[in-house]
Design a protein around this ligand. Structure first.
Ligand code: S3P
Length: 447
């Protein structure tokens, strides 16, 4: 049980460990590299450690030259006997690895902790089967018994907006020499596409075709028609090998969100250096502006295909906002902290189309409803896929419940800073899944 003391004055500068999504991809793709891969600013979270452990089990050697800098050397040959890989709490490890091992024909059993063992796996098994992979049973959850065989071709329209599913298919094609086109109706984070390009894969992202036609009544005007009904079509032709080299990982926007939210609620100011600014991950900065904060971005630079820069957020009086559709998908990891900010804003925040939150590390919709009500917020559920959150007077200190979920623990710990007395939270150590030094980092911006 951790005690959370109130502290309203938030100001300072931080540098964060590497982005979790990119770190997973870098570690796992080392299995396909023809030479060593040097990774700078690898995430220090337990989730990414699960990906590192997985590649070590599969024969990679991992050397760390300095803090958060790693060199992964792939094995000369793949293991012949079936290996058991424990992915812990990490859905990204399990799903992306399922793709790679299916393409590499490495027999394996993938297992995970209690939370991961409940999370849906059919969403990756179905397309991998279409690509030729076979699995020992028709499991919908872990354990997964992988046999290999993903060497075919596939044209796959994503039924669910999921970067993990997309990446699993793309990685399977790269590993197994297959040819795939993945069609997204809702754009999801594109770190896999960028990293595959960086490592020399044959990958192209097509955007919807646009036709511009002159207006017959006014030649100065043009009408714009989008000819395709999807948002992206990603085509990969695999050959089983990628180049090695260097990958420099920027700071994690989804972790930054918690510190920016503290500045937003406390009318403070937080600057984060070397922060990832991939456009598929910056919707949280747009959200901060939409609810009344000032944001400032400088020193933009792109390294290893990933843009980054120095970002400052200045808090102000906050207001509610409606989030739904594609925007909800882009903000999916930030919804817990957005819901917390809603408790300190004027007017309701309506969050729709986030049913996916029910199958994250915990049922995040239920966890939010429970915790926000504990501190006195007015929270209603909208059908089965959303919530409406509104402040009801002053929020009260309380005993928060983390549900063993890192993002719930961090979100409620930020809320506790702005309550009129001490709160507590159970199992606060679960923050280590993505940000082991969360409380130290937070202390460093308390003035
Ligand atoms: C992730 C994708 C998202 C996200 C998760 C990390 C990734 O999950 O919630 O934290 O690294 O690809 P889905 O792809 O399942 O939506």
């Amino acid at each position: 049980m951790k005690t959370l003391k109130p502290h309203r004055k938030i100001q300072g500068a931080l540098t964060l460990p590497g982005d979790k999504s990119i770190s997973h991809r870098a570690a796992l793709l080392s299995l396909l590299c023809g030479e060593s891969l040097r990774i700078l600013n690898f995430s220090d979270g337990e989730d990414c450690a699960a990906s590192l452990k997985a590649v070590q089990t599969l024969g990679c050697t991992v050397e760390s030259s300095s803090k958060r800098s790693l060199t992964i050397t792939p094995p000369q040959s793949a293991p012949k006997d079936s290996v058991k890989i424990d992915c812990g709490n990490s859905g990204t490890t399990a799903r992306l690895l399922a793709g790679i091992l299916s393409g590499l024909d490495i027999p394996a059993e993938i297992v995970g902790d209690e939370s991961l063992s409940k999370r849906p796996m059919k969403r990756v098994i179905d397309p991998l089967r279409e690509l030729g992979a076979s699995f020992a049973e028709s499991a919908e959850t872990l354990p997964l018994h992988i046999k290999g065989g993903a060497h075919g071709s596939l044209n796959y329209r994503m039924p669910v907006a999921s970067a993990q599913v997309k990446s699993s298919i793309l990685f399977a094609a790269c590993a197994g020499g297959g040819e795939v086109a993945v069609i997204e109706d809702v754009r999801t984070r594109d770190h896999s596409e960028r990293l595959l390009k960086h490592l020399g894969a044959t990958i192209t992202t097509h955007h919807p075709r646009v036709e511009l036609k002159e207006d017959p009544n006014d030649p100065r005007k043009k009408t714009r028609t989008v000819l395709d009904d999807w948002k992206a079509r990603i085509v990969v032709k695999g050959n089983g090998k990628l180049a090695g080299g260097d990958i420099d990982i920027p700071g994690d926007m989804s972790t930054a969100a918690f510190f920016f939210a503290a500045a937003a609620i406390g009318k403070g100011e937080v600057t984060i250096e070397n922060l990832g600014l991939n456009p598929t991950r910056t919707a949280f900065l747009d959200h901060l502006r939409a609810i009344g904060c000032e944001t400032h971005v400088e020193s933009r630079v792109t390294i290893s295909e990933e843009p980054r820069g120095v970002v400052t957020v200045r808090g102000s009086k906050l207001k509610g906002r409606k989030i739904s559709g594609a925007l909800a998908a882009q903000l999916i990891d930030e919804i817990p902290i957005i819901a917390v900010m809603a408790c300190f804003a004027d007017g309701p925040t309506i969050i729709r189309d986030v049913e996916e939150l029910r199958v994250k590390e915990c049922d995040r919709l239920e966890a939010l409803i429970d915790n926000l009500r504990r501190m006195g917020a007015k929270v209603g559920s909208v059908e089965n896929d959303g919530i409406v959150v509104e402040a009801k007077g002053e929020m009260q200190p309380t005993d928060f419940k983390s549900f063993g979920d890192h993002r719930i623990a961090m979100a409620m710990s930020i809320a506790a800073l702005f309550l009129a007395g001490e709160s507590t939270i159970d199992d606060a150590d679960c923050v280590a899944v993505s940000c082991p030094h969360f409380y130290e980092l937070l202390d460093s911006i308390k003035q």
